[in-house]
Design a protein around this ligand. Structure first.
Ligand code: NAP
Length: 258
């Protein structure tokens, strides 16, 4: 049905586990060339590279802590040095960063959550733009930025997760701005907004809480990482979504219908 991701250079941030890793495996199965990223390198990353190669993708690991702007730049520079350009950027790195009720929030907490979810995407995208623009001009096709948003951006998040939810809403909105600035360059911006997906993200929840959340979802269960990955393929492919930009695709088992 589509084969335009073969050989495409795809950088996926926060991809040594969870949703990002599943996306990497899906792109590998399409024959893409993939940059894997996380803060830690170890035997696990070698095994991921081997898994991706077995699926048909060429991959390399790039260590970077994207809460720091200098590391966002280094990540993009290192990826381009290795693969010669960039065709698809997936801003997936992010996380809760802890829970804090409003009256307990201080500057340190605010900065930690915003750096993790907002600064990381802002700066990685900023440094990626010249390479994406170049790729689009050479290929004559659109290229793609996809960021991982959240159901929390739509409904405000749980108690203590207000800054996290707001940081994801910030992402949902800044994409709309970037559509205005970069559509002339043939760069598309879309969001994949997961609902409640079974990853380490939910490790702080009790089994009882997980059961009650599952009960609130129309499909009565958490999503699986493999069920989110195809949404990234869809937005990454010019053949599948070349006329789609500025959109949010909710992957949430019916937990919320915006
Ligand atoms: P996860 O399983 O905890 O994986 C997080 C990945 O990001 C890991 O590879 C981690 O590797 C990396 N990472 C964390 N902090 C980083 C940093 N500062 N710089 C670079 N890499 C970093 O999380 P997940 O559930 O798949 O979440 C992925 C994205 O989906 C996040 O943006 C999250 O907010 C969003 N999301 C998740 C859910 C859900 O229900 N799971 C719902 C909505 C949205 P290291 O630890 O080695 O750095």
């Amino acid at each position: 049905m589509f084969d335009d991701l073969k050989g495409k250079r795809v950088l996926i941030t926060g991809s040594t586990a969870g949703i990002g890793l599943a996306a990497a495996l899906a792109f590998a199965a399409q024959g893409a060339r993939i940059g894997i990223n996380g803060r830690t390198n170890g035997p696990q990353t070698d095994s991921i590279i081997t898994q991706l190669a077995a699926k048909g993708g060429e991959a390399a690991f790039f260590r970077a802590d994207l809460t720091q702007s200098s590391e966002c730049k280094k990540l993009v520079d290192d990826f381009v040095a290795r693969f010669g350009g960039l065709d698809v950027l997936i801003n997936n790195s992010g996380g809760l960063g802890g829970r804090c009720k409003l009256e307990d929030i201080d500057d340190k907490f605010y900065d930690r959550v915003m750096d993790l979810n907002a600064r990381s995407v802002l700066m990685t995208t900023k440094y990626a733009i010249p390479h994406l623009r170049d790729s689009a001009a050479r290929s004559g096709e659109t290229v793609s930025v996809i960021s991982t948003g959240s159901i929390a951006a739509r409904e405000g998040g749980g108690v203590g997760a207000g800054i996290y939810a707001a940081s994801k809403a910030w992402l949902h909105d800044i994409h709309r701005n970037w559509v205005k600035e970069f559509t002339a360059d043939n760069i598309r911006f879309n969001i994949v907004a997961p609902g409640t997906i079974d990853t380490a993200f939910h490790d702080d929840k009790s089994d009882a809480l997980k059961a009650s959340i599952a009960d609130s979802i129309a499909m009565k269960r958490f999503g699986r990482i493999e069920e989110v990955a195809p949404a990234f393929l869809f937005f990454g492919s010019h053949a599948l979504s070349g006329y789609i930009t500025g959109q949010i695709l909710d992957v949430n088992g019916g937990q919320l219908a915006p």
